[in-house]
Design a protein around this ligand. Structure first.
Ligand code: NZQ
Ligand code: MN
Length: 398
């Protein structure tokens, strides 16, 4: 066996129906004044914002609400939230929502913890600089309550943020932003619409497929990835067609959690590297939808150029999808693309970049952005890629 590294997160995971009520007791262990970070509508409309505030106030915490997060959150949204946290002297940051709210909470925790009276920006910590500002233990503690399944953000050491001026969407990476407590309450997840279920569920699928074929994959992440792929193949179509199917929701939430644990170490690879520039140029295209447009062509590319080990991994993906694989050949590995395309059809995500409104004249810019902002995932791809490959993959996904 090759030697490997595995990042073991120190998150206290609280999983199951009705678990939102524990937020007060848990937050009290970490601070006295919480900044509660949410998106603009869903959590308030569905009553979960009120429940979270009440639970924390009951335990004697003061709560300040920052509810300005938008999907594909920007540097400005993070910095504005951090200002609110600093002005109010908050000492614990709670993210309630999808990946966008949780990532923003993590990034606010970084900025507030390091500002020390100065005005600083989350962008200073981005690994696009030659010498990025270091993220240290001064980062405020984060609690995540996830409302999607999902990004894995509730158990990951990554937080995504977009710089709209520079057209770069990056992942801030640090063990200090890994949530101290993570609540996965199926009552919240059951409100996802079919389309949100599909796009977030497919995001999970890509996390575990990409972490599985990644150069940084190891026996521990492989274990989570294979199990999570089986769960997504079985339960995503069910959760999509019946949002009240609690069993399907629970298993999708579990797959999402396994995905976060896997990508913490193995990273994501080419589909994510190419999808981030799409969000940077077209913030209205949801993360999971961009991935759906890109994934099949990238799978074909990795199989065609992949070595024996990579080809065998794609064969195992096909097997996880219930397909009989006779030998570990490239031909058999292509069955994994078929089974993914079938899944995408079932959840109505069989989309193309062109269909999503992506214009050909942006391909050059998106390719530049991928090489600047997504170096890590490009390097983790099992097949080495050059600029030409990325241009071609965008074109073929049109
Ligand atoms: O904004 P509100 O009003 O809350 O509504 C949201 C938003 O409009 C709504 N929503 C969320 N939970 C809901 C709900 N509506 C009804 N019922 C619920 N239970 O859904 C919309 C999308 O929410 P968002 O948080 O943007 O979705 P998602 O969870 O897919 O997060 C996407 C973000 O996470 C990043 C993505 O890049 C993107 O910015 N990612 C984070 C990762 C990480 N930290 O490790 C890894 C991922 O690869 C991903 O990049
Ligand atoms: Mn993702």
């Amino acid at each position: 066996m090759r030697s490997f590294r595995y990042f073991l997160p120190t998150t206290n995971l609280i999983f199951g129906k009705g678990t939102l009520k524990y937020i007060g007791v848990e937050a009290k262990k970490l601070g006295k004044k919480a900044l509660l970070v949410t998106g603009k509508k869903s959590m308030e409309k569905l009553g979960f914002l009120k429940k979270a505030v009440e639970s924390m106030e009951k335990e004697g915490l003061e709560v300040v609400h920052y509810g300005e997060v938008e999907p594909n959150p920007t540097v400005d949204i993070v910095n504005e939230g951090a200002e609110k946290s600093i002005d109010n002297r908050c000492d614990v940051i709670v993210g309630l929502g999808g990946g966008s709210a949780i990532d923003t909470a993590k990034n606010i925790a970084v900025v507030s913890g390091h500002s020390e009276g100065e005005k600083i920006s989350i962008w200073e910590f981005a690994e696009v600089h030659d010498v990025p500002r270091q993220i240290t233990s001064k980062t405020l503690p984060v609690i995540a309550i996830t409302s999607t399944s999902g990004t894995g953000s509730h158990v990951s050491r990554f937080a995504v943020v977009t710089n709209q001026q520079k057209k770069q969407k990056i992942g801030i990476l640090s063990p200090f932003i890994c949530p101290k407590v993570s609540i996965v309450d199926v009552d919240i997840l059951s409100y996802m619409s079919p389309s949100l279920t599909a796009q977030t569920g497919f995001d999970t699928m890509t996390h575990v497929m990409e972490s599985f074929v990644s150069r940084l994959a190891n026996p521990i992440t492989d274990f989570y990835c294979l199990k999570a792929m089986e769960l997504v193949f079985n339960y995503l179509p069910r959760a999509y067609s019946n949002g009240d199917d609690t069993e399907a929701r629970e298993f999708m939430a579990l797959a999402d959690t396994y995905g976060g644990w896997a990508l913490n170490t193995s990273r994501i690879v080419l589909p994510h590297a190419l999808s981030h520039p799409i969000s940077a140029f077209y913030p209205e295209i949801a993360h999971g939808v961009a991935l759906a447009a890109l994934t099949p062509e990238i799978m074909r590319f990795n199989i065609e150029k992949g070595n024996e080990e990579t080809v065998s991994k794609y064969c195992q993906i096909a097997k996880a999808g219930g397909i009989k694989v006779n030998s570990f050949t490239k031909e058999e590995a292509l069955k994994s693309v078929e089974v993914i395309e079938e899944l995408l059809k079932k959840i109505k995500l069989n989309v193309t970049l062109k269909g999503l409104g992506v214009k050909k004249d942006k391909i050059e810019g998106m390719t530049e952005s991928a090489f600047t902002a997504m170096k890590g995932p490009i390097e983790a791809n099992p097949v080495p890629v050059i600029r030409e490959d990325i241009l071609n993959l965008y074109s073929r996904s049109m």
